[in-house]
Structures are given as C-alpha cells and as structure tokens.
Design a protein. Sequence first.
Length: 105
Amino acid sequence: MFKEKKTYGDFLVSDEKIATNILADRLALLECAGVISKHKHPDSKAKGLYKLTSKGIDLVPVLVEIVLWSEKHENVHPYAAEFAKTVNKDRDGFIRQVKESLKKL
C-alpha cells in the first residue's frame, strides 16, 4: 500500500524477508477476503499483478493509525518515524491523497 509493491517478486525481496510459503498463503488469504485482487501482468505472462480492492483501500486510515501508534509507543524503523512526521503534518489530507492515488492504479 505505501511501498508500491505489486508482484509476488516485489513482496519476496522486501526487507521483511518473508518465507515463500507464508507469502503465497498470505496473498491468497488477502485475495480470498477481498482485500486485494490478482490480475495479469501487462509485461509478463508469468507474473501476477496484485492490486488493492476498494475494501483494501478503505483500510488506509486504519493502517495509518497503527503506524502512528507504533511510532509514538515503540522504537520503530526510521522509515516509520519519517512516515509519521509526514502524516502528522496533515493526516486527513495524507489519507485522502493515498486513497485517491490507489484508486487510480
């Protein structure tokens, strides 16, 4: 959502270093729950392209609040701290902008 990951490979090489079986399972669960949808990749028949659904996009405010809470109460990654600073300047505007940009994808 915030790091613009769109393919299985993008998620696999993320800093989180998630195991392949766990990643495949989580993507399948999110798709089954209607949070993401899988599409054909325009550049590769072998790749799938994951996109947030409207239901997934509606989670933006919730996830923003979780990051803000974490930054306030825990020692977080510098990325999260910088993210919190940006969001706190105009929370509603930030959420609106993210949701609008995700709808265009």
